[in-house]
Unconditional design. Structure first.
Lengths: 417, 294
């Protein structure tokens, strides 16, 4: 009995394994062979399950307009989508339309992995987007992606803290210099942090309308006299303790703002969700103003079609449909995002306020969309530059010398790649 | 005929049973560990970004690595991280000895000390980042106790950031090694301790002359595991500091990740991994040699 059991177990184990391996190999073939319809594989970033209803309606309408086409939707977290995409491209299973941000579009575009949208879309479609957002996806002359939904920073202000310190709440700053001086003044009068802005090269230089890279992304240009001046101005916020010397990601900013350690915060339109329920009194006392800087650095989601897509024409038709003014309006109403299409913001939804903070945020953000700029920087370079920038700002180092060193090191890396 | 008999006999043997049971696991390991490991060796001599062709570049990636200041800084930090090993080992052994006593509520303490091991590093790191923020609890306590006179920016000061990460790693790792030492302690016959007590040996003498020598297999294993984890540390700097400020908390694993999975420079990342593996091997041999000598 015992020896039969052993043999049986070995055979069953092998059979199960064999079936699993063969099954895995055959799965795709069966699907491809058994389905004569055309399929659009669409990848998004962190949108399931919250927006399932919106997308199901969107897909069914597209499928109705395009008989024989089926949309297959997959959703991945932001941190993994780039790896998944590369693996899919390498194994010949690239999706047809993929949701990327400007950094990913730049990195993948530099590797010639994305199809040129301008070979497939009309001039009318091209002109429908805000220029600053649209042009950010251009890499080596090719348009690597179509803009989709976006978010833009505004300034959140806890007016109760200002009133307690006798600081007026009816005359807010309208230039960068005024804003920095205002934050420093608040710190002097309240002992609290005047503002919370991340030491992020993209945000600091982008807000001043200055580039991080040269036109073809082959050289970092953050040590120009103009850039040095902007960073030195920003450094004053740290020297006067008006801005916390911390890695100020959204969670950290939310924690500081909710706990009333900071009076104003520079953050995106969805930041309100971070304190609305956890700090209702802060929510009640919050006012928003548009960012008082020269430019407004947006964070946009784009739609790209990989070169490896088996049906690029249909893929771009679908991407155009998802990014159209009508679809974006409907998505903005569902997800409280901002559109990248000019026509969408003309809708009353973006013009009227019901008096709620969310509505005020929307109006403030929409007001700045025309000066929106997207500043793509490949993630690994952004991490490196921000690390070194933090070292300069937090530890009071010489700005010119520090930036010169960053530029030298990064440009050497860029040449070696 | 003889061959058939032999095969039948082998199929009935304990070895066949063992191979049958190991096979599924071995297949998974081969596909997901051994094959990528072997594949990374030739990859280190190429320029490969998944998209596009793979080009052979000889030793260029290695030359680039040794002239790359960020990689040198990350290696230095990873090696400095090894300083947590003796601290973790001594602390976990001390806790294990303390929790090996027959006292009321000892199981509760064992669970509490093990708790950090099973918590998510990301969640734990976020909580620690709040505690170590300039307005956080750590500064508050130290100011109240007059240990510091002004707030310290623990995670944004390049002279303290790495030490804070090392502290968090120690806090998280102690429970894991403590359980291994506890298992080792429980296998030591009680008669040995009793005999030592009859011979009037003190607590310290029992610890150093009986417990530590008998725990040697656990010490070797834990030290090896701990050295390897310390050099490969990734989670804490990834979540808390992204390697900054400057390169003060950039570790080799984090830098390899950035090159491989953010820049898709897989050839270079493979070369860096190979260098890191050699360094880990060197430290492992060092630990082994030290333990054999003693």
């Amino acid at each position: 009995m015992r020896k039969w059991d052993k043999k049986k177990i070995i055979i069953v184990s092998l059979a199960v394994l064999g079936t699993a391996v063969l099954g895995a190999g055959c799965g795709k073939q069966q699907a491809a062979g058994g389905n004569a319809q055309e399929t659009i594989e669409f990848w998004t970033i962190s949108l399931q399950p919250t927006f399932n209803d919106y997308f199901e309606t969107l897909f069914s309408e597209f499928e109705k307009e395009n008989p024989g086409v089926t949309v297959e939707w997959k959703d991945y977290p932001k941190d993994t989508i780039q790896e998944k995409l590369l693996t899919a491209i390498a194994s010949g299973n690239a999706p047809d339309v993929v949701n990327v941000n400007a950094d990913m579009a730049l990195t993948l575009g530099k590797k010639n992995a994305l199809a040129n949208a301008e070979e497939y879309i009309s001039d009318e479609v091209k002109d429908s987007f805000f220029e600053g957002i649209y042009e950010a996806a251009r890499v080596d002359g090719a348009m690597t992606a179509l803009p989709w939904y976006t978010t833009i920073p505004v300034i959140y202000i806890n007016e109760a803290l200002l009133e307690e310190a006798g600081i007026p709440t009816d005359n807010y700053p309208s230039t960068t210099e005024e804003f920095y001086n205002w934050a420093i003044d608040i710190t002097e009068k309240t002992g609290l942090y005047g503002t919370a802005m991340e030491a992020n090269i993209r945000e600091i230089l982008g807000s001043a309308g200055l580039p991080v890279f040269n036109g073809d992304y082959t050289e970092l240009v953050i040590n120009t006299p103009e850039a040095v001046k902007v960073i030195q101005q920003f450094q004053k916020l740290y020297d006067t303790e008006a801005n916390p010397k911390e890695n100020l990601d959204q969670e950290a900013r939310a924690q500081l703002y909710s706990s009333k350690q900071v009076v104003s915060v520079y953050s995106g339109t969805t930041f309100v969700n971070k304190f609305k329920t956890t700090a209702p009194d802060v929510y009640e006392n919050t006012a928003v103003i548009p960012v008082p800087f020269k430019s407004n650095v947006s964070t946009t989601m784009y739609l790209s079609v990989p070169q490896e897509s088996k049906n690029r024409e249909l893929a771009f038709k679908f991407a155009e449909y998802v990014a159209s003014a009508e679809s974006q309006l409907s998505f903005s109403k569902t997800a409280n995002t901002l559109p990248s299409t000019k026509a969408t913001v003309e809708d009353p939804f973006f013009k009227e306020s019901d008096g709620s903070l969310e509505a005020e945020i929307k109006l403030s953000a929409v007001a700045s969309l025309t000066k929106a700029v997207e500043t793509p920087v490949p993630q690994h370079i952004l991490d490196k530059v921000n690390r070194d920038l933090q070292d300069i700002l937090f530890n009071g180092k010489d700005v010119q010398a520090g930036l010169d060193q960053i530029v030298e090191e990064v440009n050497k890396q860029l040449q070696e790649q | 005929m003889g061959k058939m008999k032999k095969r039948k006999k082998w199929l009935r043997s304990e070895a066949a049973w063992a191979w049958g049971m190991m096979l599924p696991g071995l297949l998974v390991l081969t596909v997901f560990v051994f094959w990528p490991l072997i594949y990374s060796l030739p990859l280190a001599f190429t320029d490969y970004s998944v998209v596009g062709e793979m080009k052979f570049v000889g030793t260029k990636n290695f030359e680039r690595a040794f002239s790359d200041p960020d990689f040198i800084a990350s290696l230095t930090n990873s090696i400095q991280y090894v300083l947590v090993v003796p601290v973790i080992q001594m602390a976990s052994m001390a806790f294990a000895v303390a929790l090996n006593q027959k006292i009321r509520g000892v199981k509760v303490f064992r669970t509490l000390y093990y708790f950090p091991v099973v918590t998510s590093t990301v969640a734990v790191s976020i909580v620690w980042s709040w505690l170590f923020s300039s307005g956080g609890l750590v500064n508050q306590l130290l100011l109240d106790a007059h240990i510091i006179s002004e707030k310290v920016n623990w995670l944004s000061d390049d002279s303290t950031a790495l030490w804070v990460l090392m502290f968090i790693t120690t806090w998280k790792g102690v429970g894991y090694y403590m359980v291994i030492y506890l298992a080792g302690l429980q296998s030591i016959p009680g008669e040995l301790i009793e005999a030592a007590r009859i011979d009037r040996a003190g607590t310290l003498q029992i610890f150093f002359k009986i417990l530590v020598p008998l725990l040697k297999p656990q010490v070797v294993m834990c030290s090896l595991l701990s050295v390897m984890s310390a050099i490969k540390v990734f989670d804490e700097p990834f979540v808390l500091t992204k390697g900054g400020p400057g390169n003060s908390t950039l570790t080799a694993s984090l830098y390899i990740y950035q090159n491989g999975f953010q820049n898709f420079d897989f050839g270079y990342a493979a070369a860096l991994s190979l260098i890191l593996s050699v360094i880990i091997l060197f430290f492992s041999l060092l630990v082994n040699a030290y333990n054999r000598r003693k």
